[in-house]
Each structure stands twice: as structure tokens, then as C-alpha cells.
Design a protein. Structure first.
Length: 135
């Protein structure tokens, strides 16, 4: 039977307590990361889009680290943008700072009309597989 472990990195407790969702769920060796946005631990939104992409990816990194994983363990990434496809060029530059070399994950991008929190311009959802070997 698969084992499930809820992943709540330090600074993300409010997501669990206030919004009733886990930042990450680890099922055996597969980590499902909830949509991360450019929000600080105090729940304030980073205003500038590029800085918001950085914060969202940093938040992904916090969930990965809390599960004992890293960006090279990500196998799938989905991104949603308010400004689509206009945001892609800048987002790609930021993304490439985190995904520096192969193996790269799959990536699907979407345009949306709004997010649940005012000021959010992007959301990033990932799936990672720990202990994965390439071959």
C-alpha cells in the first residue's frame, strides 16, 4: 500500500491552517506540489512580475527541500499566467536559473483570466519523482 506524507515547509503553515491544503504531498517517491505563487511567508504578494516568478520558484524549492528533493527531481511542470503568452520570455529567463541542465521536466503553460489572490500573475504546479535514475 502506498505511503502518503504531507509536506509543509517552514513558512507555509498558513496554507494548511487557513486554506486547508498541503503545499506538497509525497506518495511513495512521487511528490505532488500544489500551485505555488509569488507570495512571501507572511502571505503578502510580491508585486513585480519577474520577482514574483522568482518567489514562486523559490516556494517550489522550499517544498522540494522539505521532501528531500531538488529541481532535478521535477518531471512535470505546469504554469498559469495572466499575461499569456506575453509573460513567457521573462518567465523562461527565470526558469532557466532553476533548471540549468537536462534532464528538463515536461512543461505546459496556460493563460487564465484570474487567480484567487489579487496581484498574482503566475502559478506553478510541479510533480517530482525522488530516487529517479535516468537511463
Amino acid at each position: 500500500m502506498p505511503k502518503r506524507r504531507i509536506i509543509i515547509p517552514p513558512g507555509m503553515e498558513a496554507l494548511w491552517k487557513l486554506h486547508r491544503y498541503a503545499p506538497g504531498v509525497l506518495v511513495d517517491d512521487t511528490l505532488y506540489i500544489a500551485g505555488m505563487v509569488g507570495r512571501r511567508a507572511n502571505m503578502s504578494v510580491v508585486e513585480e512580475p519577474r520577482a514574483q516568478y522568482v518567489q514562486a520558484l523559490e516556494n517550489v524549492g522550499l517544498v522540494l527541500a522539505a521532501a528531500g528533493a531538488g529541481f532535478t527531481d521535477i518531471v512535470e511542470m505546469e504554469t498559469w499566467f495572466l499575461d499569456f503568452p506575453g509573460a513567457l520570455a521573462v518567465f523562461r529567463e527565470v526558469k532557466d536559473e532553476y533548471f540549468k541542465a537536462p534532464p528538463y521536466p515536461t512543461w505546459t503553460g496556460f493563460g487564465v483570466a484570474a487567480f484567487s489572490t489579487p496581484g498574482i500573475v503566475c502559478e506553478i504546479k510541479c510533480t517530482a519523482v525522488l530516487n529517479l535514475t535516468d537511463g
